[in-house]
Design a protein around this ligand. Structure first.
Ligand code: SF4
Ligand code: MG
Length: 328
């Protein structure tokens, strides 16, 4: 059958005072059931906007999908009506955000919020919904769930709140979960615990999972494949361990080199210099050329296509071979 999610040549633009910001410029990726795709990039790379377009929660206006397809179980979501999309958003796919405190309702107990999902979507009674809420809280390993079901979001720690967000997302057993920087606001130990929980539940429910992150270190152990985004494009895709060992794009290499790694002690660190481009004026040629240590003349004029580097591996760099060789 068709893949769970098949995004094809997606384009999203924002109308801004400075002109049209090209936030997503022809992104394609696929996610199968039971598979985890990490989407890696700096802020403004288009990773969140792509996710919002998939979820149908793009802020529009000013944002508009201007091209491409988003196929979910074979159907192009962009051709569906508002109601149908809302229904899919409720039961087929769910999203987890970075900031649980603002995503949850502050004046409603977590039990009532979780229970509401079952009352609205499954027609359960209040009492039955409350029991389901407790069970979900136990699923996401909130200690003493039964006695905490009446507590409000602010009464939980950041890590526990993020577990509640995960519970909300899981409630209707969606086929796909998109988690946008789900652990960024948490401290390092809690980050790992929440990521492990997410990975465990993903396996248990056999869901597709998209993990959006700016930090490869956080997702390296749980992702199957990685798509690296820059200036609204995918610049590299690879199975996680291949990419980690030998990146085929200078931007990926820069990202990897900016995280401390025990196995690369003594290697010169290069943090990527400069800033991502203004999306209303993306540089010609390779959008990364103003920051790239390997840039040549051709990079300033010719946009590199996404080259097939190896099975399951692509790189949008004219010098992907040299980059791969340099990494070995
Ligand atoms: Fe660098 Fe050129 Fe490759 Fe772009 S195409 S990443 S500028 S070497
Ligand atoms: Mg973001």
């Amino acid at each position: 059958g068709p893949p769970l999610l098949d995004v094809r040549d997606l384009k999203v633009e924002f109308r801004t005072r400075d002109g049209v910001a090209k936030a997503v410029n022809g992104v394609s990726y696929r996610v199968a059931a039971g598979q985890t795709l990490a989407v890696l990039g700096e802020s403004g790379s288009g990773k969140s906007v792509t996710a919002q377009a998939i979820m149908g929660i793009l802020d529009s206006p000013p944002g508009f999908v201007t091209g491409g397809e988003i196929r979910f179980k074979g159907r192009d979501l962009l051709t569906l009506g508002r109601e149908e999309r809302r229904r899919i958003r409720g039961t087929g796919m769910a999203m987890i955000f970075q900031d649980a405190l603002s995503a949850l309702n502050p004046v409603m107990s977590v039990g009532a919020q979780l229970g509401e999902m079952f009352q609205v979507h499954r027609g359960m009674s209040r009492k039955a919904a409350r029991a389901e809420a407790v069970e979900l809280m136990e699923r996401v390993k909130i200690p003493a769930a039964k006695s905490r079901v009446g507590d409000y979001p602010h009464q939980f720690s950041g890590g526990m709140r993020q577990r509640i967000m995960i519970a909300m997302a899981l409630a209707l057993e969606p086929d796909l979960i998109i988690a946008d920087e789900p652990t960024t606001a948490l401290d390092v130990t809690v980050q790992a615990q929440v990521m492990d929980l997410l990975a465990e539940l993903q396996r248990e429910y056999h869901m597709g999972l998209i993990l959006i992150t700016h930090d490869l270190g956080v997702v390296a152990d749980v992702a199957d494949t990685i798509a690296v985004m820059y200036a609204g494009r995918i610049v590299e895709t690879a199975p996680v361990h291949h990419l980690y060992r030998a990146p085929a794009h200078p931007y990926t290499r820069g990202l990897l080199d900016s995280i401390p790694r025990l196995d690369h002690k003594g290697r010169e660190l290069y943090a990527i210099k400069g800033l991502p481009p203004n999306l209303t004026a993306i540089p010609p040629g390779c959008p990364f050329h103003p920051r790239c240590p390997l840039a040549q003349d051709v990079c300033r004029t010719d946009r590199p296509p996404l080259h097939d580097v190896a099975p399951g591996r692509t790189s949008a760099c004219h010098f992907w071979k040299e980059t791969l060789d340099g990494a070995r």
